[in-house]
Design a protein around this ligand. Structure first.
Ligand code: 1CP
Length: 344
């Protein structure tokens, strides 16, 4: 049975859009926290295929989502490239800020192979997942991953990374190139292991000038997609240039992506008119409405349903947060599938 997600990604509009949620695995689920407690640390968890496969499947079991997203992280590729990444409770990811001279030492050769437990997770999940459900593999956008590598911590301010791009243009291009090549390999391995759809998370695409956006986002993304296609992978690729505003349209036109994910700030009706004809798009319920629940959430879901036209995948504009109530995730799904939900 073809999954509803794959149908929409091939350009079909469905009366009931497929639904999955960014960060659906982890964080808010008690069954996730149980498995999480058995892992030494977050990176070890990502490199434990049985545990990672189990938490990838949890939201499908609990919510009957239309797609599973691989449990891994966008910050595994820097490890493949020879950098240290560790997670501190309450602070998120930590890295040693990369310098110009470090960039020349990145280990591009074999980078994707050094994170090979991830592909084992993919095949374990695909073996257990019902054929009607799609499995999404992913990588980070080179710019987004570079902001963490340059700034060394979570919720990067981007100013340091932007300054680095202006002041060290050659080193920045080398860094993005290293990330594009290794991320393409990473996606190719995931596709070959059984991922049905690939997604590029460019979570920090906001606030870039048009010139920087072209250089830091469009160019390396196009390079990833060209490399994936050159390897014979024809699976759909979703791009998520979060906060890119109007430049998301340029991204849709010029990177070679199959579909585009919209952040919370995007008006879905106007966005549709600007996109290449019938390009599938995904989005864009406000994660804050999901946290608040009740009528606020009911209205927000209704607005997404009413303003999204053409091939549409229902999702959030960003991720599920730890404080989200499980009842409200159920209510959103019921609302989409049956017309209303029991919001609390
Ligand atoms: O302690 C924990 O349990 C860690 C929480 C956690 C989880 C569950 C992190 C730390 N990453 C993840 C998994 C993860 N990350 C997935 C798997 C699917 C899922 O959770 O449903 C995916 C797709 C990601 C991707 C990811 N990681 C992104 C892009 C998407 C987005 O949310 O914008 C980013 C930016 C990261 C970096 C990251 N990973 C984790 C943290 C705390 C951060 C930093 C976030 C920040 O800078 O604010």
């Amino acid at each position: 049975m073809t999954s509803s997600l794959l149908k929409v990604l091939s350009g079909e509009r469905l009366d009931i859009p497929p639904i999955w949620m960014m960060r659906q695995a982890g964080r808010h689920l008690p069954e996730y926290l149980e498995v999480r407690a058995t892992a030494k640390n977050f990176i070890d968890f990502c490199f434990s295929p049985d545990k990672a496969a189990e938490v990838t499947l949890q939201p499908i079991r609990r919510y009957d989502m239309d797609a599973a997203i691989l449990f891994a992280d966008i910050l595994l590729i820097p490890i493949g490239l020879g950098r240290d990444v560790w997670f501190v409770k309450g602070k998120g990811p930590q890295l040693n800020p990369i310098t110009v001279s470090d960039i020349a030492k990145l280990t591009i050769e074999g980078a994707a192979e050094r994170v090979s437990p991830v592909y084992e997770t993919v095949s374990k999940v695909r073996a257990k997942l019902d054929p009607s459900k799609a499995l999404i593999g992913f990588c980070g956008g080179p710019w987004t991953v570079a902001t963490y590598m340059i700034e060394g911590q979570g919720s990067p301010k981007k100013e340091i990374a932007k300054r680095f791009a202006y002041e060290n243009p050659e080193a920045m291009d080398d860094l993005l190139q290293a990330l594009a090549i290794s991320s393409a390999d990473y996606l190719i391995h995931q596709a070959n292991a059984g991922a049905d759809v690939l997604k590029i998370f460019e979570s920090w695409a906001e606030g870039l000038s048009p010139d920087l956006f072209e250089r830091l986002v469009i160019k390396p993304t196009r390079q990833i997609i060209d490399l994936v296609r050159d390897a014979g992978i024809t699976k759909p690729i979703i791009g998520f240039p979060r906060g890119g505003g109007l430049k998301a349209v340029i991204y849709a036109q010029n990177t070679g992506i199959t579909a585009i994910a919209a952040g919370t700030d995007m008006p879905m009706d106007s966005f549709r008119k600007l996109l290449p004809k019938d390009m599938p798009y995904q989005g864009n319920l406000d994660p804050l409405a999901l946290r608040i629940g009740g009528d606020v959430l009911r209205q927000a879901v209704q607005t997404v349903l009413e303003t999204s036209t053409g091939p549409h995948i229902f999702n959030l504009g960003h991720g599920v947060t730890p404080d989200v109530k499980i009842e409200n995730v159920h209510a959103v799904i019921n609302h989409i599938r049956t017309g209303d939900g029991d919001y609390v």
